[in-house]
Design a protein around this ligand. Structure first.
Ligand SMILES: Cc1cc2nc3c(=O)[nH]c(=O)nc-3n(C[C@H](O)[C@H](O)[C@H](O)COP(=O)(O)O)c2cc1C
Ligand SMILES: CCCCC(=O)C(=O)O
Length: 404
């Protein structure tokens, strides 16, 4: 997993070319009665409590899952999942930016129990939190992406399957028949092979393509280089990349351009969501290329370091798009209140990357289910406290910049 040189795009390693309670909703306070139905899941019995001193026996927040996961993962795999590019300025910024935003609730609106569902180009989701595409789930759990997809289906949300999944997208779909899947694609310079990938996603029943455009080369990740990780373990591969008897490397190419997006648009009827647009000028350009949505993302700080926090980019992109297509975002979302801030600033939905990995590594499918349930319950609770009947009641005036 060593990016090697800034032009990691030229490298060829086998799998990559360049290479709480949320709330009160969940808690029983003997002296407080909550009129809303209790929605948070019962605490699962953990058969697999880790023993590391900083890992809670029973993680109770999405963040707490990280310590549990870390105790269970090989250090090089933990660093692959957790790490980012360069000095990890952007990794930190994504979470810190949410901390600098405040929510300003409305009162006495009689909103009742809020709805959390959202409509998106590739279907509906029961909550505005999607599973971001992340690679190599079998490093975290033997069931890999199958477990993640089952958990996403149970939560009623959408899983964006990474092109670099360690279970083929068709097998992910077969393992989780109720799941709504989107397929994340790195356009390959060999457009015939790109088409093969698109057809595999279509055959698996994927409802949208999420085309990642922030990776003309792989980010320079010091943690990966430190471990010298080059290959996936024996018996694990990027299963979508099978081509005859071999597994192709994923090529991240600086040659990819808007022209390729045009070709892709002609290749499939699936909605196309561009992931990794951060400049408003590119957001405007995207509108001329037949895309159905934008996912504002700095790749969790794993590509170009020092890109601004994703949530801070959101208002400009939303303004540039002017409502023409839905805008989604990912990066640093760890709490229901983070979700509300992003939605109030104009996102239709958010996606979470690392929290899902931590759930998966901590407790497989059950861990991912727990993380998604916690987030959903937190979103519902925060909407209630903001006086909202649904996500549609959020607006930018409910977010203020605080000075901390
Ligand atoms: C371990 C890991 C693997 C990732 N793999 C992919 C990938 O295969 N394709 C992609 O478009 N983004 C990938 N991403 C980026 C995520 O889709 C997402 O943008 C990011 O994780 C969001 O930030 P968060 O982890 O703070 O939620 C990956 C992120 C992580 C942490
Ligand atoms: C070739 C796999 C790329 C995975 C990825 O996008 C990431 O690690 O951030």
């Amino acid at each position: 997993m060593d990016a090697g040189t800034p032009h990691a795009a030229d490298e060829r390693s086998p799998h990559m070319a360049d290479a709480g309670t949320p709330h009160a909703a969940d808690e029983h306070f003997p002296h407080v009665t909550d009129a809303r139905t209790r929605t948070a899941p019962a605490t699962p019995a953990t058969s697999a409590a880790p023993t590391a001193p900083d890992a809670p026996a029973e993680p109770r927040t999405p963040r707490e899952f990280e310590a549990t996961a870390r105790a269970r993962l090989a250090p090089e795999h933990y660093d692959y999942f957790a790490g980012g590019a360069g000095d990890e300025v952007t990794v930190r910024a994504n979470e810190a930016a949410f901390g600098r935003l405040s929510l300003l609730p409305r009162v006495l609106r009689g909103a009742g129990r809020p709805r959390t569902d959202v409509t998106l180009p590739g279907g509906r989701a029961a909550m505005p939190v999607l599973v971001a595409p992340t690679a190599f789930h079998r490093l975290a759990d033997p069931e890999g992406e199958r477990a993640t997809a089952r958990a996403a289906a149970a939560a009623g949300t959408i899983m964006i399957v990474s092109m670099a999944s360690t279970v083929a997208v068709g097998d992910v779909a077969a393992a989780a028949p109720g799941a709504t899947l989107w397929f994340q694609l790195y356009v390959q310079p060999d457009m015939a092979f790109t088409e093969t990938l698109v057809r595999r996603a279509e055959a698996a029943g994927c409802r949208a393509l999420v085309v990642t455009v922030d990776s003309p080369a792989r980010g320079l990740r010091d943690r990966e280089r430190h471990h010298g990780l080059q290959d996936l373990p024996e018996g694990m591969a990027c299963e979508n990349l099978r081509d005859g008897g071999r597994v192709r490397p994923i090529v991240m190419s600086p040659e990819i351009s808007w022209e390729h997006i045009g070709l892709l648009r002609e290749m499939t009827r699936l909605p196309i969501v561009l992931k990794g647009v951060t400049h408003p000028a590119d957001a405007r350009l995207a509108l001329g290329h037949g895309v159905s949505g934008l996912l504002v993302s700095n790749h969790g700080g794993r590509q170009l370091d020092t890109v601004p926090a994703a949530v801070d980019l959101l208002p400009e992109i939303v303004a540039a798009v002017g409502g023409a297509v839905p805008v989604l975002m990912d990066g640093g979302v760890r709490r229901g209140t983070d979700v509300l801030k992003a939605l109030a600033l104009g996102a239709r939905a958010v996606a979470v990357g690392r929290p899902v990995i931590w759930g998966l590594a901590a407790d497989g499918e059950r861990g991912v289910t727990r993380v998604l349930d916690l987030l959903r319950a937190e979103v519902e609770h925060a909407l209630t406290l903001c006086g909202c009947a649904s996500v549609h009641d959020l607006d930018p005036d409910m977010v203020r910049r605080s000075c901390r």
